[in-house]
Design a protein around this ligand. Structure first.
Ligand SMILES: Nc1ncnc2c1ncn2[C@@H]1O[C@H](COP(=O)(O)OP(=O)(O)OP(=O)(O)O)[C@@H](O)[C@H]1O
Length: 326
């Protein structure tokens, strides 16, 4: 393991920001800290970096107890949402900065900067000033600068958070490919579940200062530990006291499927290729649930407002009890 976080507790006054947090972050992987705003992700990242100290607990980096080590001695690289570049220095100089203060030979620095700029696809902008770059290019420069000193771990706090949705999506694909090339142990904070599912090898879900679940994107999606994790990863609906994903509920236009529940379609809403059907159960409680089907499926089955249907979760559906166990 590259980073071992053990029994971390952190309070700000009376407020508990992290409670008994234990996380093992594997070497060479891309790990996401995922969770809602205010959950404690940044606080945990800052404690790993040495920018903040925990009240209790320890942090080990590559087998070394780093709990009391100052930030400069941890050999970590960071990139934050708003990256503070040296405005008067060229892109190449910004990337070279960490190497120059370490007094590396000039030729070696030039070679390394060229290599890094190529890695982040900024070679043609080497002589520009940071203000002459787009937001996405600036974040790529920040990554090159953080990688220059060959950190043991790279810590990214919502590095693409301030960018528009399209650039964000491009950069997350780029980050994945970059990581496949350099394999540096990377921890990145995000509140965007799609970003975490798409980019990471491992996800740590953090909510209200506690770790809710740790696992691969597939494990989290297929076997969410509880209703919080399941609903944080995407839309859900309640059927028979359990939480399901709306596309995991099958709709039949005839009765007779064992365990299926009679219902009536009360609304339909088309969103792109899918159709969200609001369906009212024909029981005493008249609960409304949401089912999604493809447009083609809706057409072929004639699923329209007002018709009676029968509902049954698919066999492979992930399901957790509502208000389920942690
Ligand atoms: N220096 C501080 N003093 C007091 N409270 C703080 C301090 N830093 C963080 N907090 C509180 O600790 C909680 C966790 O904050 P943190 O920034 O770690 O959350 P987060 O999960 O990273 O959220 P976001 O995605 O919004 O950045 C928040 O309620 C925040 O207000």
């Amino acid at each position: 393991m590259s980073i071992e976080v053990k029994n971390i507790n952190k309070r700000f006054g009376n407020f508990v920001a992290l409670e008994n947090v234990n996380v093992s972050i594997p070497t060479g992987q891309l790990t996401a800290l995922l969770g809602p705003s205010g959950g404690g992700k940044t606080t945990l990242l800052r404690i790993i970096a040495g920018l903040d100290t925990a009240d209790e607990g320890s942090v080990e980096i590559e087998g070394v107890d780093a709990t009391k080590l100052p930030v400069q001695k941890r050999n970590v690289g960071f990139v934050f949402q708003h990256y503070a570049a040296f405005k008067h220095m060229s892109v190449a100089k910004n990337v070279a900065f960490g190497l120059e203060i370490r007094k590396q030979p000039k030729e070696e620095i030039r070679r390394r900067v060229d290599e890094l700029l190529e890695l982040v696809h900024l070679s043609q902008f080497a002589n520009r000033l940071p203000a002459q770059l787009s937001g996405g290019q600036r974040q790529r420069m920040a990554l090159a600068r953080a990688l220059a000193v060959e950190p043991t771990v790279l810590l990214l706090d919502e590095p693409f958070g301030a960018l528009d949705a399209k650039v964000r999506k491009e950069l997350r694909e780029w980050l994945r490919r970059l990581h496949d090339e350099v394999h540096v142990t990377t921890v990145f904070v995000t509140h965007d579940q799609e970003e975490a599912l798409e980019v990471s090898d491992e996800i740590v879900v953090i909510n209200e200062g506690r770790v809710e679940q740790v696992g691969s994107p597939d494990a989290l999606y297929d076997e969410p530990a509880n209703d919080f994790v399941m609903s944080f990863l995407g839309p859900t609906t309640v059927l028979d006291g359990k939480l399901y994903r709306p596309h995991d509920i099958e709709v039949f236009t005839h009765p007779g499927i064992e365990g299926s529940l009679p219902a009536r379609i009360v609304r339909e809403l088309r969103v792109g290729f899918e159709v969200r059907l609001t369906v009212e159960l024909l029981d005493a409680a008249h609960e409304e649930i949401v089912v999604t089907v493809t447009r083609a499926h809706q057409r072929s089955m004639g699923l329209r407002e007002g018709i009676d249907v029968w509902l049954s979760p698919t066999h492979a559906a992930a399901a957790v009890p509502v208000g389920g166990l942690n």
